[in-house]
Design a protein around this ligand. Structure first.
Ligand code: MRU
Length: 352
């Protein structure tokens, strides 16, 4: 069986964090090499690297490349620098829990090794960041397999935003079953919501699915109801930025509207993400901080003024889909069905 290979868009090379600048896609494939905390912060904040798992991997590698340059000779001085850089990177974006999860893993690894020398701790941090990347890649493959078990050949699939290879370091989450199905000749017809205001659907999802040879059609966000009514959609697959302990799920703004429509039309609504996206310390979606972004992204997106300069815009970047609209949550560990509170606790306990 052939396997779709999504080219590495996020990695480490010669002590630099290397990533494709997603703000330039699909027009330009430009790679950035970063090793300064301010540049890594800016890349996350400005969505040059984006998507919950990719933000986590970038933050882990980013933290490593920053502290690698430290001239500290004592572990306590090195730890101070590590913590300052970590805390700074943690303020880049608030919603995706994977950022905090990855930084927390790096901290735990540091603490585990803190009786060793500074050089040995640096090597341990490199090892931990590589593990985060490798696990992310493996999780994508497992999510793809579990997700595919819910789908049939020739289905019409809808996705919102981009939860594909470029949102992770592997084959993605919501797009992973599409790649897995493509490898087995499933012949899916994928509809990609454009995803206003930053167009992750049309710029990124369409770009990577088309590149892989998957049939993809872009629709504007306000066409979802019509496209569902026409019977073109058999299942909706989306990613997630944080899933609360009761199953409420934060994802790109517009996802909750798609979920409400899916329920109305009797279409299954699946959220796909690694277990690092499940935050058992957040009890419901109401406790998830929603990032507010610059008004200019709406009225002056991509440098074109589409609303009068004097008029205000309101720009929440995420919304929360209530658990009652979610047919299943698909992780690398398997498929979780309602009741989510009980089933998430059974699977993961309170360890997140
Ligand atoms: O603002 P973005 O582009 O980082 O938002 C991304 C999403 O909402 C994705 O659907 C989510 O992070 C899952 S990516 C596997």
């Amino acid at each position: 069986m052939k396997r779709t290979v999504v080219p590495a868009q996020l990695n480490l090379a010669e002590d630099k964090l290397v990533l494709i600048d997603q703000t330039l896609l699909p027009n330009e494939e430009k790679f950035l090499e970063l090793d300064k905390a301010e540049d890594i912060f800016e890349a996350i904040k400005k969505l040059r690297v984006r998507g919950a798992p990719a933000i986590g991997v970038a933050a882990a590698f980013g933290l490593y490349v920053c502290v690698l340059k430290s001239k500290a000779t004592t572990v306590s001085a090195f730890k101070k620098e590590f913590e300052e850089t970590r805390d700074y990177l943690a303020t880049s974006r608030p919603t995706a829990v994977n950022l905090f999860w990855a930084l927390d893993r790096m901290t735990k690894r540091f603490n585990k090794e803190d009786s060793k020398s500074v050089e040995e701790i640096k090597m341990a941090l490199l090892d931990e960041s590589k593990r985060i990347l490798e696990e992310d890649q493996e999780m994508g493959i497992a999510i793809g397999r579990h997700g595919l078990s819910l789908l049939k050949p020739n289905m019409g699939l809808l996705t919102h935003c981009n939860a594909g290879g470029i949102a992770t370091s592997g084959i993605g989450t919501a797009l992973a079953p599409m790649y897995a199905g493509h490898d087995e000749g499933y012949n899916f017809k994928v509809y990609a919501d454009e995803t206003r205001p930053l167009l992750q659907g049309s710029r990124l999802t369409a770009y990577e699915l088309h590149k892989a040879g998957i049939d993809v059609t872009v629709i504007c966000d306000n066409m979802v109801s019509q496209v569902m009514k026409e019977g073109r959609i058999d299942a909706v697959l989306v990613g997630c930025d944080r899933i609360a302990a009761n199953g409420d799920a934060a994802n790109k703004i517009g996802t909750s509207g798609v979920a409400i429509l899916a329920k109305e039309y009797g279409i299954p609504m699946y959220f796909l993400g690694p277990t690092s996206t499940i935050d058992m310390n957040t009890s419901t979606g109401e406790d998830i901080e929603i990032e507010l972004r610059d008004e200019e992204e709406i009225g002056n997106g991509f440098g074109v003024r589409t609303a009068p300069k004097e008029v205000k815009a309101y720009n929440p970047a995420f919304d929360v889909t209530e658990a009652k609209y979610i047919t299943a949550i698909i992780t690398e560990k398997g498929i979780i069905r309602p009741p989510y509170k009980e089933n998430l606790e059974k699977l993961f306990g309170k360890r997140f």
